[in-house]
Design a protein around this ligand. Structure first.
Ligand code: ATP
Ligand code: MG
Length: 240
C-alpha cells in the first residue's frame, strides 16, 4: 500500500482547508477567473514539493507541463529562498515542458511516466489541462471527440498519480454557465463538463479578494468539509 503524502501550499489556512495540503495519489483541480492564483499556486508547489517531509514538503521532484507559457523560472528563486532552499537545486529538480497541442500534451505524459519510474517525483502539474483541447477542438460538433480525448488524458493522469504516488495538480478555466439563471449575475462554472468533474478528486474554486488576497473554496471533495480559506499571493509565493 502506498501512503498519501500531503504537500504544503505555503498557506496554513489553505493547508487546513485541504486536510494538510495537496495530496499524492489523486488529482487536485484549481479553477477560477484569470489572476485568481492558479499558476502562482503551481509555482509555490514546485518548491514546497521539494521541501523535506518533516517540513510538510514531499521530498521529491516536480514535473511541469505548461500549455500557456506562463511558467517563470525567476519566480521560483524568491519562493525557494522563502522556504530556505537553494534556488538552483530547486530549479534543477523541476522537469519543465511546454505543450503546443493536446496530442503533444498526451505524449509528454507518456515520456514523464518513464522518467518517474527512474526518479522520485512527488508532483505533476498541468497548467492548464484544458486550454489546448479548447483550441484544438473549437469547431461545432467536435465536443464529443474533445471529451473523449480529454477523458483519455485524465485517465493517464490518474494512473500516474497512483502508480508513482505523486500529487497531480491541474488548472482549469471557468466558462459562462448558461444554466446559471437570469437572477445570478456573472454565473461561471468550470470547463470540462462531467469528464473533468469525474476525474478530479479535489476541486478547488479560486477567486480574487481584496488586494493581494485570494479565496479558495472547496467546490467538490469526497472527504473534506465545505469551507473557504483566504490566502495571499506574494513574491515568496502563496502565504497566509
Ligand atoms: P490565468 O487564468 O490568467 O492563468 P491564474 O489564476 O493562473 O490566471 P496567476 O498567474 O496565478 O493567475 O496569478 C496572477 C496574480 O498573481 C497577479 O495578478 C498578481 O496579483 C500575483 N502575483 C504574481 N507575481 C507576483 C509577485 N511576484 N508578487 C506578488 N504577487 C504576484
Ligand atoms: Mg495561469
Amino acid at each position: 500500500r502506498k501512503s498519501v503524502v500531503r504537500i504544503t501550499t505555503g498557506s496554513q489556512a489553505l493547508d487546513e482547508l485541504l486536510g494538510g495540503g495537496i495530496e499524492t495519489l489523486c488529482i487536485t483541480e484549481a479553477f477560477g477567473e484569470f489572476r485568481s492564483g492558479k499558476t502562482q499556486l503551481a509555482h509555490t508547489l514546485c518548491v514546497s514539493t521539494q521541501v523535506p517531509i518533516h517540513m510538510h514538503g514531499g521530498n521529491g521532484k516536480v514535473a511541469y507541463i505548461d500549455t500557456e507559457g506562463t511558467f517563470r523560472p525567476e519566480r521560483i528563486v524568491p519562493i525557494a529562498e522563502r522556504f530556505g532552499m537553494d534556488a538552483n537545486a530547486v530549479l534543477d529538480n523541476i522537469i519543465y515542458a511546454r505543450a503546443y497541442t493536446y496530442e503533444h500534451q498526451y505524449n509528454l505524459l507518456l515520456g514523464l511516466a518513464a522518467k518517474m519510474a527512474e526518479e522520485p517525483f512527488k508532483l505533476l502539474i498541468v497548467d492548464s489541462v484544458i486550454a489546448l483541447f479548447r483550441v484544438d477542438f473549437s469547431g461545432r460538433g467536435e465536443l464529443a471527440e474533445r471529451q473523449q480525448k480529454l477523458a483519455q488524458m485524465l485517465s493517464r493522469l490518474t494512473k500516474i498519480a497512483e502508480e508513482f504516488n505523486v500529487a497531480v495538480y491541474i488548472t482549469n478555466q471557468v466558462i459562462a454557465d448558461p444554466g446559471g439563471g437570469m437572477f445570478i449575475t456573472d454565473p461561471k462554472k468550470p470547463a470540462g463538463g462531467h469528464v473533468l468533474a469525474h476525474a478530479a478528486t479535489i476541486r478547488l474554486m479560486l477567486r480574487k479578494g481584496k488586494g493581494e488576497q485570494r479565496v479558495c473554496k472547496i467546490f467538490d471533495a469526497p472527504n473534506l468539509p465545505e469551507g473557504e480559506a483566504v490566502f495571499q499571493v506574494t513574491s515568496g509565493g502563496i502565504m497566509d
